[in-house]
Design a protein around this ligand. Structure first.
Ligand code: NDP
Length: 335
């Protein structure tokens, strides 16, 4: 038996029209509850990402298989493997591939997954550090890599990071500042401005400057943008991006809509790059994790991380959707 945060489906409404709801509980489950897979992992740490909040609260139907262990990522040690690439005792991590959505995931003491989905934990990172980074930090690195592929170099100009106090935002700021960029952080929590500056933000602006409907083109301000917010914020970020600049869009904390104009694309030649961490090819993942291990300031990572036990993950699911989590939450599933 082992502990898991399980998402169950509750019955549909009597008419059959009311959408079925879900319920999250932490309980003991049997090894027989594990899905098919080549590698069984003893999990040490998982995290609460924004998508985990959606799964735990049922706010958006991201879970597509019931009952399911939540958790879109984990780090731990191989317990058993029928695949030559992994042997018992190996330290491994996993992000995405539908884990925590359609395949039982990391908010549990054990998982069984396809070997193709696993990465060795890079030298320099422990399972705890790997999950302090988690899917949010790995996504932040995918964004940084995308900006680099589109020509951003230190000295290019101001780089805007929206949703600055979130998981993607805090790690994006830390990575960009360490690489020598001047980072402008947009946040709804101005009382955290000093914290954001300690991570490396040169300037902190209120989220309201970007979150309301704006003009198709604004003053050219940003050399590049990492946006985890979407909606009007993403539109305004594009409108304020300098000629030839690049915007990496990875999130929807404000909304999934994109109520904008083509003006920044056809008049300023800006590039909007979509970032997906879930099905990103393995080569990209390896590069992202190698760079995280090499470039992320571990003292800053610790400063933006809070550790919680598995039992606290239920409440954390609501907190992250309400924008009450600062930085990263790492979950000790054995505490
Ligand atoms: P967090 O909740 O940690 O961060 C989101 C931040 O956005 C909040 O901290 C807050 O920052 C800001 N925010 C929250 N609500 C609003 C709002 N209504 N309007 C404007 N800003 C808001 O989440 P993560 O960093 O883990 O994820 C961020 C986004 O990226 C999510 O939408 C998530 O689904 C997405 N994501 C996508 C991935 C992909 O593969 N594409 C992978 C990982 C995440 P502040 O208080 O500073 O304003």
């Amino acid at each position: 038996m082992f502990k898991a945060l399980v998402i169950d489906k509750e019955g549909a409404g009597a008419s059959g029209i009311t959408a079925a709801t879900t319920r999250a509980t932490i309980r003991d489950v049997d090894d027989s509850a594990l899905p098919m897979g080549d590698v069984t992992v003893r999990i040490a740490y998982s995290t609460v990402n924004y998508k985990d909040g959606l799964a735990i609260t049922g706010k958006t139907p991201v879970v597509r298989q019931f009952p399911l262990h939540a958790g879109i990522d984990f780090a731990g040690t191989v317990e058993a493997s029928s695949d030559d690439r992994f042997k018992p005792g190996d330290a491994v991590l996993l992000n995405g591939y539908g884990v925590g959505e359609s395949h039982s995931g990391g908010l549990a003491q054990k998982a069984r997954v396809k070997a193709d989905w696993l990465l060795p934990i890079p030298a320099g990172l422990t399972p705890r550090r790997a999950m302090a980074i988690g899917t949010a930090g790995y996504t932040a690195m995918l964004c940084v890599m995308a900006l680099g592929r589109h020509g951003l170099v230190p000295g290019s100009g101001d780089v805007l990071v929206t949703g600055a106090n979130g998981g993607v935002g805090t790690i994006a700021i830390t990575l960009l500042a360490a690489a020598g960029h001047r980072v402008v952080a947009s946040t709804g929590r101005l009382h955290e401005a000093e914290f954001l500056k300690q991570l490396g933000a040169a300037e902190v602006i209120p989220r309201e400057q970007l979150s309301q409907p704006g003009k198709p083109l604004a003053k050219e301000r940003w050399a590049a943008v990492i946006d985890s917010v979407g909606s009007h914020t993403l539109v305004n970020a594009c409108a304020g991006t300098r000629y030839g600049g690049v915007v990496a869009a990875c999130g929807l904390a404000q909304g999934m809509d994109f109520p904008g104009s083509v003006a920044p694309f056809i008049l300023r030649g800006i590039t909007l790059v979509g970032i997906d961490s879930v099905m990103a090819p393995m080569a990209l993942r390896r590069e992202a994790w190698a760079r995280l291990a090499a470039e992320l300031d571990l003292a800053k990572l610790e400063a933006l991380t809070q550790e919680i036990p598995l039992a606290a993950a239920l409440q954390a699911g609501s907190d992250i959707l309400a924008g009450r989590v600062r930085g990263r939450l790492v979950v000790n599933v054995n505490a």
